[in-house]
Design a protein around this ligand. Structure first.
Ligand SMILES: C[S@@+](CC[C@H](N)C(=O)[O-])C[C@H]1O[C@@H](n2cnc3c(N)ncnc32)[C@H](O)[C@@H]1O
Length: 198
């Protein structure tokens, strides 16, 4: 796998450095923000930074989030890769959500677990922090589970998402169609090292 080169990435347009909180979570590809808003409401002691790249989805999310006046939720319109590079110091995230990422069927190297960026993301997580990855595509979960174990060498739990779960718009849609949705919960073990730790 080629090396990730964070220094080559410019700050996203209109970048604002987030205030670093003691209990901070990141969601990548938040869509219209359904999970982000539910999470922030249910966890007032946790701060969630939820990043969405597509403008029209982000605008719906931002409008809804503003109406809810949730102080512990920061919606961000950006590509998560340069955003993460510029926003977070090492060992600063308590958890990461990747819920129903685009499956990238024509370019599987663009899947999160196949990208060199994933090592950088791990460096930004605290020891014991979890990445939650959900998908309705069994082969995607199979591949991600294998990468988690073999390439990233992380402990991982694989779960079936209950039929009545409704965390995101895509989750609701897939479960209504009767599709099997699964998630991986990967943990960054204590003492885990990356090339981006300082
Ligand atoms: C299939 S949708 C799922 C949206 C939401 N998580 C859900 O489950 O309803 C994937 C989302 O990830 C966003 N996305 C993909 N790559 C991204 C990136 N590099 N940075 C931020 N958002 C990204 C897309 O714009 C899209 O809205």
């Amino acid at each position: 796998m080629r090396e990730f080169k964070p220094r080559k990435l410019f700050k996203p347009r209109d970048f604002i450095s987030p205030q670093i909180m003691s209990c901070q979570y990141l969601e990548i590809g938040a869509g219209k923000g359904m999970h982000a808003m539910q999470f922030a409401q249910a966890n007032p002691q946790k701060h969630l930074i939820a990043v969405e790249r597509t403008r029209n989805k982000f605008e719906v999310f931002a409008e809804r989030a503003t109406a809810l006046e949730l102080e512990n939720l920061t919606p961000v319109h950006a590509d998560a890769i340069p955003y993460v590079v510029h926003a977070f110091p090492p060992n600063s995230l308590n958890g990461v959500f990747l819920l129903y990422p685009n499956p990238e069927p024509k370019s599987t190297a663009q899947r999160w677990l196949n990208m060199p960026f994933f090592e950088f993301l791990l460096s930004r997580m605290k020891d014991g922090a979890e990445v939650v990855l959900a998908s309705n595509i069994e082969s995607y979960i199979d591949e991600a589970e294998q990468q988690t174990k073999e390439l990233w060498q992380l402990p991982v739990e694989r779960k079936i998402i209950p039929r009545n779960s409704s965390r995101t718009h895509f989750e609701v849609k897939y479960l209504e169609r009767g599709e099997l949705c699964q998630e991986l919960v990967m943990t960054k073990p204590r003492g885990y090292q990356t090339r981006f730790d300082d």
